[in-house]
Design a protein around this ligand. Structure first.
Ligand code: ADP
Ligand code: AMP
Length: 275
């Protein structure tokens, strides 16, 4: 009898200790990081200036709770701070050229490594713009055991871009964009969210646009070919109104989900030995 009592006491103390550890764990979860339920996204948006990358990216960011990295915005922030890099970049940007690959690759690498928002995935907007940038991105992702899921090309005729670019208004701090005719702010030249003034970018004029489009066709069009070869390229008609462009993006995401389901790539099917 003494042996059974001792054993019951021993088991009781194990149960008490486990109970305490579970309560402590539950307590540490309150206010801590929430369990990750959202799907992760890793994608790039390719398209000429004015195609709508910066208009659609915030909606993707909201849907997937990921980061939105726009190399143009990062460079403009350097210009605003008047750093050495900013001064050099401004000359190139105003002429419609491309800043050196090393600089933009470094910026993206730094963000992917340190920006907490990128833990939920990322949308790259305006990067990669050259084949060496695309190759570096692949190498960066390989190091992280990750792959890109989508390379979405926003296709649009050059002729439609002049009106979009010359009417674009920007809230520099957030990168939010408006259009004087197609998407005007509630109050003229004022950001709807912060009430701060909107600006027109110094490179958003017809002359600089001509050069930016030439740069796009010469240096960025080959990036489209690069992703067509990998099988993750998809094209969207970006001349549609913004709501329709968004619907086309949602179709891409939904098709991807359906494909993953039918190929049984979930954890349960892995446990069942189906993938
Ligand atoms: P990008 O980031 O590709 O350079 P933006 O998203 O900044 O292009 O769009 C350029 C301009 O065109 C902005 O003023 C924006 O409000 C407007 N715009 C974006 N998408 C559309 C669209 N589908 N139809 C009409 N205007 C648009
Ligand atoms: P965007 O805001 O994407 O229109 O970019 C504005 C300008 O920044 C471009 O015209 C380039 O001069 C420069 N820039 C942005 N992204 C890149 C990139 N990935 N590679 C080289 N230059 C870039």
């Amino acid at each position: 009898m003494g042996y059974i009592d001792d054993e019951v006491k021993r088991l009781q103390s194990i149960v008490d200790s486990l109970d305490g550890r579970i309560k402590a764990l539950e307590k540490s979860q309150i206010g801590g990081p929430k369990p990750k339920t959202a799907e992760e996204i890793r994608m790039i948006l390719i398209g000429p200036p004015g195609a709508g990358k910066g208009t659609q990216a915030p909606k993707i960011k909201e849907k997937f709770a990921c980061c939105h990295l726009a190399t143009g915005d990062m460079l403009r922030s350097q210009v605003a701070k008047k750093t050495t890099l900013g001064r050099e970049a401004k000359k190139i940007m105003d002429q419609g050229g491309l800043v050196s690959d090393d600089i933009v690759i470094g910026m993206i690498k730094e963000e992917l490594e340190n920006n907490q928002e990128c833990k939920g995935g990322f949308i790259l907007d305006g990067f990669p713009r050259t084949v060496p940038q695309a190759e570096s991105l692949d190498a960066m992702l390989r190091e992280r055991n990750q792959t890109l899921q989508h390379a979405v090309e926003l296709q649009i005729d050059d002729a439609l871009l002049v009106a979009r670019i010359t009417g674009r208004l920007v809230h520099p701090a957030s990168g939010r964009t408006y259009h004087s005719t197609f998407n005007p702010p509630k109050l003229a030249m004022t950001d709807d969210v912060t009430g701060e003034p909107l600006i027109q970018r110094s490179d958003d004029n017809a002359e600089a646009l001509k050069k930016r489009l030439a740069t796009y066709h010469k240096q960025t069009a080959p990036v489209v070919g690069y992703y067509q070869n990998t099988g993750i390229w998809k094209a969207i008609d970006a001349s549609q109104e913004p709501g329709q462009v968004w619907k086309s993006l949602l179709t891409i995401f939904d098709n991807d989900k359906a494909k993953a389901k039918s190929s049984g790539s979930g954890i349960l099917s892995k446990l069942a030995g189906r993938s």
